[in-house]
Design a protein around this ligand. Structure first.
Ligand code: TGC
Ligand code: FAD
Length: 411
């Protein structure tokens, strides 16, 4: 990246940068894609290079979400690409969804977060479990970016173990009364609608659509994050919120309902983080050929080549794993455990690549001149949200042994 010009938005100044990224496809994975997939990839990449990359570093440094990109995200189809066209989506396949997430995260995980929450954690549950009236009311506005949504599962005392949630609602006859709190909620301070998971009086988990402006509902922002600084994160607080009965998602109850949404989001992340890894590799490759030490480019040292060669090897393995997962998703055959494996492997791969790329950039690697440190810090959240690295390992462990290691009591 290099600083090109300064622009103003409102009363603030922002530095614009040029995105020098070039395509990397070591194993000809492009040949596994359709013409439509490549067209989608190229158009999203062009939008990212033109409208997102130039501003992202500055917004991240200022810890601000660039709200003005919302119409652009809607226009490139980043909100609900696989939602049917009758509800405002694009009706695209799962590989297209993955490609869009990858191109966005190639620029910044926080922007991918905004789009994947909107698509997989808000539009998906409304589409899958909502009434016809809920679908018609919310989906077209979420697809066009007129509405922003968020997903409230995690609580202050229940992160990896959402089944222990305390947020609850009571049937008051003509409405539900919702109480509780959710923590670490992407998009919450700017959301028009929150998909909130809460227990009824029998302790069964249900999804409720809580709308901005409902009395007793607040969504304070969480400040001072060192990670995902260009993404907005907050809480959801419910103090005797009267939720109309027609706002309950009627199609599914039980913990499996929110967990099935996570499958879709985790799948998007498995694709997305390859983008972050590619950007780190691309920058490290270019820098190592330009940076001279001991009279030669640092790319000529074996130790640098080891880092670069291992990066492209790991990226290639992740690309193939993810493409295959996309085929399985398209066929409706991907299991939750397969998705967990890809999310865990790919995030870990991207984080390791970001750390190695940071080393190749030497001292420059810690500055905003290059995207590396931003990717690295972002990935520290990505390896924790949507199920931590260790939770996904235990999901694989359970799948292959049939024995759960989540609880020490063996239940
Ligand atoms: P367990 O007893 O295993 O399961 C309860 C019920 O759910 C079913 N189930 C699933 N259904 C669909 N998809 C899945 N992936 C499912 N996994 C489980 C299961 O069959 C069972 O159904 P039933 O009918 O028998 O009741 O549940 P558990 O309490 O033992 O927990 C399992 C565990 C630990 C794997 C799960 O709770 C888990 O995945 N924990 C991690 C929590 C997590 O990922 N939170 C993410 C919050 S959202 C977020 O982070 C957004 S970041 C967004 C961004 O910015 O991109
Ligand atoms: P904990 O569950 O307390 O885990 C702490 C540590 O203990 C981890 O290392 C974990 O692996 C380990 N651990 C826990 N249980 C076990 C076990 N059984 N065996 C071994 N080790 C274990 N949530 C939402 O609902 N919606 C959102 O939009 C959302 N966005 C987020 C955005 C950001 C920036 C972040 C950071 C989080 C977001 N989350 C969101 C929350 C995220 O899903 C949780 O942070 C995550 O699930 C982990 O929960 P926790 O932070 O409470 O950690």
């Amino acid at each position: 990246m290099k600083v090109d010009e300064i622009f103003t938005f409102g009363d603030k100044f922002y530095k614009m940068k040029t995105d020098l990224y070039q395509h990397h496809d070591y194993y000809g994975v492009d040949e596994l894609l359709t013409e439509e997939h490549k067209l989608i990839r190229d158009s999203v990449r062009a939008w990212v290079k033109k409208d997102l990359s130039p501003i992202i570093e500055d917004y991240a440094q200022k810890s601000e979400f660039p709200k003005q990109i919302i119409p652009g995200l809607a226009e490139i189809g980043a909100f609900g690409p696989y939602i049917p066209e009758e509800y405002g989506g694009q009706g695209l396949d799962q590989i297209s969804y993955g490609i869009i997430m990858q191109e966005l995260e190639r620029c910044d995980s926080g922007v991918r977060s905004c789009a994947s929450v909107q698509s997989s954690l808000v539009m998906y549950p409304i589409w899958k479990y909502g009434s016809e009236q809920q679908k018609k009311k919310f989906l077209p506005k979420l697809a066009s970016g007129e509405f922003i949504g968020c997903f409230g599962l995690t609580e202050p005392d229940h992160g990896s173990n959402p089944g222990g949630m305390l947020t609850n609602f009571k049937d008051m006859g003509d409405h539900y009364l919702l109480n509780g709190a959710k923590l670490w909620i992407t998009n919450s301070p700017i959301a028009d609608v929150a998909v909130v998971w809460a227990k009824n009086e029998e302790g069964r988990v249900h999804g409720l659509l809580v709308e901005k402006g409902m009395e007793g509902f607040t969504a304070p922002e969480i400040h001072d994050k060192w990670s995902l600084r260009a993404s907005i994160t907050g809480e959801l607080v419910f103090d005797n919120v009267k939720v109309p009965k027609e706002n309950l998602l009627p199609g599914r109850s039980g913990l499996g309902a929110p967990l099935s949404c996570l499958d879709s989001a985790r799948y998007g992340i498995a694709w997305g983080v390859i983008g972050a890894a590619l950007d780190c590799y691309d920058s490290a490759l270019r820098y190592s050929k330009e940076r001279i030490q001991f009279d030669v480019p640092i790319a000529s040292f074996q130790l640098t080549q080891k880092k670069l060669a291992e990066m492209i090897t790991e990226i290639t393995k992740a690309q193939l794993l993810t493409w295959r997962l996309g085929v399985l998703r398209n066929e409706g055959k991907a299991t939750s455990a397969q998705i967990s494996m890809a999310k865990r492997n790919n995030v870990d791969m991207a984080l390791k690549i970001a750390r190695e790329a940071r080393q190749i950039h030497g001292g420059m690697g810690i500055t905003g001149e290059y995207p590396i440190m931003r990717h690295m810090m972002n990935l520290e959240s990505v390896i924790t949200y949507e199920g931590t690295h260790d939770v996904h390992l235990l999901i694989t462990g359970l799948d292959i042994t049939g024995l759960s290691a989540f609880r020490n009591d063996g239940k």
